[in-house]
Design a protein around this ligand. Structure first.
Ligand code: GLN
Length: 250
């Protein structure tokens, strides 16, 4: 495991421990941008970010305030399967306790019950979310826009063979207005549980949707440090970047 501390703030800066799950195997279509966005926005608010890159077999850090994990090919999902299953109890307990987590695409599928691939292989998930995923006949690919009752318009890019179906009690992240979403059939996209956001949207998601980062960050900060100063950040280019991204054809 690699751990890097940001030196942007003094030795007394409050710390947030951010863990990226499986960057070696699960980190495609710009998912690393989610880590960069969380780190930057935390630094702009005066926090020192300790970034933990967790790969199979690594020691699990004693303190984690925020989790992020990305998508991957079926082969990458296979490689992390047994390690992820060994973390199931811990991740579920932390999610239950309100720790914010962002799981994109391949990791979203494995936060669910299982992913049955196009070759019929079943990759087991941890069942943190009650969703099942089965590969469909064609990949669902393209720029995507969803409407979320909690977060408004969310912009991203999807590329997956798996079709995910929300089972009893599972809540969608949003409804697609452009693109295919969970399965190309029922209009839902992603899943939400406590402070867990799971979504097919790469893109990267957080640079295009800073409101999502600003949902994850307060939960992490409040849990670790007791309170959060929610004065909005002013980043001049982000509104235009969102408009440009939303206008992209599918
Ligand atoms: N391998 C999975 C699928 O094809 C996940 C893909 C991804 O993470 N983009 O559905």
């Amino acid at each position: 495991m690699e751990t890097t501390g940001a030196a942007a703030h003094g030795p007394d800066a409050p710390v947030i421990d951010l863990l990226q799950l499986y960057p070696r195997d699960m980190n495609i279509y710009g998912d690393w941008g989610n880590v960069l966005t969380l780190r930057k926005r935390l630094q702009l608010r005066g926090y020192e970010v300790r970034l933990h890159e967790y790969n199979p077999g690594d020691a699990f850090p004693a303190q984690v305030d925020l989790f992020v994990g990305g998508g991957g090919q079926d082969s990458g999902q296979n490689r992390i399967q047994s390690d992820l299953l060994s973390l199931a109890g811990r991740l579920k307990e932390l999610a239950e306790d309100g720790v914010p987590m962002l799981a994109i695409c391949g990791l979203y599928q494995l936060f669910g019950n299982f992913f049955k691939t196009g070759t019929g292989e079943v990759i087991k998930g941890i069942g943190l979310l009650n969703v099942d995923t089965v590969a469909g006949p064609t990949r669902l690919i393209g720029n995507t826009v969803i409407e979320s009752s909690e977060f408004g318009t969310v912009i991203g890019y999807e590329n997956h063979s798996g079709q995910t179906f929300l089972k009893e009690g599972a809540q969608p992240f949003g409804m697609v207005t452009k693109g295919e979403g969970n399965n190309g059939q029922d209009g839902t996209e992603g899943a939400r549980y406590r402070n867990v956001v799971a979504s097919y949207l790469h893109g990267s998601l957080l640079p295009k949707n800073p409101a999502m980062a600003d949902f994850l960050i307060p939960g992490a900060v409040t849990r670790r440090h007791g309170s959060f100063d929610d004065t909005p950040l002013h980043v001049p280019y982000e509104a235009q970047a969102r408009l440009d991204a939303a206008a992209r054809p599918r």
